[in-house]
Design a protein around this ligand. Sequence first.
Ligand code: GSH
Length: 305
Amino acid sequence: MSELILHHYALSPFSQKIRSMLGYAELTWQSALTREMPPRPHLARLVGGYRRIPVAQRGADIFCDSRTIAAEIAALAGKPALALENLDAEATAWAARADGELFFPCVLTAGTPALRHKVRAQMSWLDIGRFMLDRLAMGRKAAVNVPGRRAARTLVIEHLAAVERQLQADFLFGAEPNHADFSTYHGLWFLHDLGESPLLQEFPGVLEWMARIRAFGDGATTAVPVQNALQLAADTRPRAIPAPLQRDAGVGARVSIAPQDYAQAPTEGVLVGVAPQCWILAREEPGLGTLHLHFPKQGYTLTQL
Ligand SMILES: N[C@@H](CCC(=O)N[C@@H](CS)C(=O)NCC(=O)O)C(=O)O
């Protein structure tokens, strides 16, 4: 049992990135389902302002963003290639592009009747309305270039052709998958598995590669009520921070950390650890005690308060 709790929802592509990694890593994990949009009052007690999904939890250590979650899975499973920091420059750039500029084009191109049907099966009409309003508001404040539908479709087709060319072996960068495979998979999963888009039919290599990743499954999971996840955080102390991570001059300062691109809500706390790729923030939550939140540096801004 890895004791990893994933806070996620079924239709979330970045959650699928992590679920598929967990399947590949053959880890058992606990599934705490959350809503598709705020308010998520229970989860907010763990993460403060941070509003993105997925979030992973091990006791009182909370991992915000699929990049820090992936590093944790890599360490737990002994599969270093799942951690972004272990990839070479080419694979790192590939993963960044797939998670970044290609994510919205995939989501926009997946707007099919099949997807609408699946959304309807997961959410009430009222929640669908709330969801649309939430995402419109999020889009207005976002600092990313979201293309129009036609441009998005063109970008997706170019992307599919690039993936097909890249697949010289079973996975994008060789015989075993690395982080970049999962970064690429989740947007195409939304397009193909949920949206049932016919676009992928032109790319047999991509379909075979997706089938290989799908075959990993999502790992062995048990459902956990979010109240139990909170209780676990309350009953546990964050793990010790290695001494070298505490030597940074900024440690001890009160700071906020926020995503740069979209859903930029900040989380405040005290900086307690600085690693080459991530920051660790301590926050005190009434009833839960001290929590350590792990954020990637890439794509996030740290501000001294
Ligand atoms: N860089 C983040 C992106 C996560 C992300 O965009 N998640 C989407 C769901 S797939 C999200 O949080 N949407 C807003 C929400 O669910 O409230 C990561 O890698 O985890």
